[in-house]
Design a protein around this ligand. Structure first.
Ligand SMILES: Cc1cc2nc3c(=O)[nH]c(=O)nc-3n(C[C@H](O)[C@H](O)[C@H](O)COP(=O)(O)OP(=O)(O)OC[C@H]3O[C@@H](n4cnc5c(N)ncnc54)[C@H](O)[C@@H]3O)c2cc1C
Length: 390
């Protein structure tokens, strides 16, 4: 690969990078994906699980949605719960046949990697990018290491799809940008358990001990999250304590929590991050490399896919029509949508997390917001529309 040339170098084989690679491949635009981890590592990493209708449509067009549609769980609604009072948001009632699909991110990655290899997309594992040079020039140089050997590639464009902790954002002149950050004062303790879901659809719950989310990955695997302190230590949470706390926080009439073997336990920070540019010369940032949303709205993976689609449209116009304006409008088109999602994710986070004492002014506002949702068709419809994806 030393000093070879390619039109687009994609850094990172996450949802953003792989979706972009498959689109470019379909359009006959040559690209290479450089991924620092092994195939096995990225295909087993437990992360998101809510696939919006828009993302499913993208995967269908790319011919990678067969297993997702066969094995994924199609949900036509979600439950919202506040201090034991449950309210159902029925997507079908407001949005015709739009729905979400529950399908683990690691399964999405397996499908996308399989399609890439099947279609001869150049995909290099254990190739860790160390730097990018000349982002404003016609030829960019991407440096990476594999098997302890430093290598370099030339390209016309770099798609930085390497997540929040990747290298591509550091190659951009971030100091000239406006950065927006919000750290929420709590973490999520997430578990994956070998137990059938206790509910047919997701439950978002506010309880005086904090937020809980009941999600699932398949008819036999459930995923749960608990709000915990931001300095929490996992060792403080025995399996028994986790199940007791979930049972308490998800409590509602006729609800019985099913308990099973916990096979994965992790802590996730809850934060927001934005920059006011996603393009720097011929370097484009996509997905978590460009923005982070709190996980409460189930949007991280879906934003990554949507970024990849818009970036692909710009690259297609450039390579096939000689038009650069679509590519140049990438930042402005995506930022407007990402801010919309930031607002919704922040709204869901504030609605369901405990951040002030019970009976404080803030708690009363949360309660008033929830009551409004339960009594207003317009409020319920707004949640449905944002949750399924605008
Ligand atoms: C623990 C956890 C739980 C989450 N849970 C949820 C959830 O429940 N719901 C939700 O919507 N979202 C969730 N998210 C967020 C969601 O997973 C991300 O938004 C999504 O993965 C973003 O996709 P991406 O392609 O932008 O980046 P990523 O999926 O992060 O992919 C980036 C890739 O780049 C690679 N890479 C990094 N640096 C380099 C380098 N120097 N060289 C080469 N490759 C590199 C990484 O190995 C990785 O494979 C979670 C995230 C985490 C970390």
């Amino acid at each position: 690969l030393v000093n070879s040339n390619v039109s687009v170098v994609i850094i990172g084989a996450g949802p953003a990078g792989l979706t972009l690679a498959l689109q470019l491949n379909k359009a006959g635009i040559d690209c290479i994906v450089l991924e620092k981890h092994t195939r096995q590592y990225i295909e087993t990493r437990t992360r998101a699980g809510v696939i919006e209708q828009n993302s499913l449509d993208v995967f269908e067009k790319l011919g990678v949605a067969d297993r997702m549609k066969r094995e994924g769980l199609r949900h036509n609604g979600i439950y919202l719960s506040f201090e034991g009072v449950r309210h159902h948001i029925d997507f079908g009632k407001y949005l015709n046949d739009k729905a979400i699909t529950i399908y683990g991110q690691q399964e999405v990655i397996k499908d996308l990697v399989h399609a890439c290899l099947d279609r001869n997309v150049a995909l290099e594992f254990e190739a860790s990018v160390t730097g990018i040079l000349d982002i404003d020039g016609a030829t960019l140089k991407v440096f990476f290491e594999r098997d302890g050997v430093s290598q370099a590639m030339n390209c016309n464009f770099v798609a930085g799809c390497d997540g929040f902790h990747g290298v591509s954002r550091s190659a951009a002149p971030i100091s000239t940008c406006h950065v927006y950050e919000k750290e929420y004062p709590f973490n999520w303790l997430g578990i994956l358990a070998d137990v059938p879901p206790s509910s047919p659809e997701l439950i978002y719950a506010f309880h005086k001990n904090g937020f809980a989310l009941h999600s699932m990955r398949s008819p036999s695997i459930s995923r749960f999250y608990l709000q915990v302190a931001d300095n929490e230590d996992l060792s403080n949470w025995s399996d028994q304590r986790i199940w007791e706390e979930l049972a308490l926080r998800l409590q509602a009439e006729n609800f019985q929590l099913k308990i099973g073997f916990i096979k994965d336990k992790s802590l996730t920070p809850v934060r927001s991050f934005m920059i006011d540019h996603m393009q720097f010369g011929n370097l484009f940032l996509a997905g978590d490399a460009a923005h982070i949303v709190p996980p409460t709205g189930g949007k991280g993976l879906n934003l990554a896919v949507a970024d990849a689609v818009t970036l692909y449209q710009g690259l297609f116009d450039y390579f096939h029509k000689g038009i650069k304006s679509t590519l140049l409008s990438y930042s402005s088109r995506r930022l407007a949508s990402v801010w919309r999602v930031q607002e919704f994710s922040d709204f869901m986070t504030n609605l369901f997390h405990l951040s002030s004492p019970i009976d404080s002014f803030e708690h009363r506002l949360q309660k008033a917001r929830f009551t409004y949702i339960t009594t207003s068709e317009a409020a319920s419809k707004s949640i449905a529309e944002n949750y399924v994806g605008i």
